[in-house]
Design a protein around this ligand. Structure first.
Ligand code: THU
Length: 136
C-alpha cells in the first residue's frame, strides 16, 4: 500500500518539472490509483494564460487517458520557485470539481509542506454541496 510519505515525495519530485515562467509558482501532484499506480502531474503555464493546467488536473488527465479512473488519494505540494515550501497548497476549485467527476466523497487529499508536515482531508470536506448532475 502506497503510504502518504511516498506519495508526498513523488509530488515534490513532480513539482521540479513545473513549467511556471509566468507565476513562478510551482505545483506538484501525485495521484494513487486503486490499481496501485501513481500518476504525477505539475502545473503547465502558457503565455496566453487561460490554457494553464494545474498539477492536479495534469495528474488526473494522465491517469484517465491511460484507462485509470478509480483513485484512492492525491498528494499536492506547491510554492514559489527557488524557495522552500512554506505553505500548504490546497487544490483550486476547478481541480476539486474535476476530482469529483472521478472520485468518491471519501477520496483523500493530502496537502503537504514536506513528508512530515501534512494534512489529510476528504473530497467531501473540501467540496461540500457541490454540483453533481447525477444527484439532481
Ligand atoms: N496551480 C496548481 O497547479 N494547482 C492548484 O490547485 C492551484 C494553482 C497553479 C496554476 C498556476 O500555474 C500557478 O499554480 C499559480 O496560480
Amino acid at each position: 500500500m502506497m503510504n502518504s510519505k511516498i506519495l508526498i515525495a513523488k509530488a515534490v519530485e513532480a513539482m521540479e518539472n513545473a513549467y511556471a515562467p509566468y507565476s513562478s509558482f510551482k505545483v506538484g501532484a501525485a495521484l494513487l490509483s486503486k490499481s496501485g499506480r501513481v500518476f504525477t502531474g505539475c502545473n503547465i503555464e502558457n503565455s496566453a494564460f487561460s490554457p494553464i493546467n494545474c498539477a492536479e488536473r495534469t495528474a488526473i488527465f494522465k491517469a484517465v487517458s491511460e484507462g485509470k479512473t478509480d483513485f484512492v488519494r492525491i498528494a499536492v505540494v506547491g510554492g514559489a520557485a527557488d524557495s522552500e515550501i512554506s505553505n500548504y497548497c490546497p487544490p483550486c476549485g476547478v481541480c476539486r470539481q474535476v476530482l469529483k467527476e472521478f472520485c468518491k466523497p471519501d477520496f483523500e487529499i493530502i496537502v503537504a509542506k514536506n513528508e512530515n508536515d501534512y494534512k489529510v482531508m476528504t473530497l467531501a470536506e473540501i467540496l461540500p454541496f457541490s454540483f453533481d448532475k447525477r444527484e439532481v
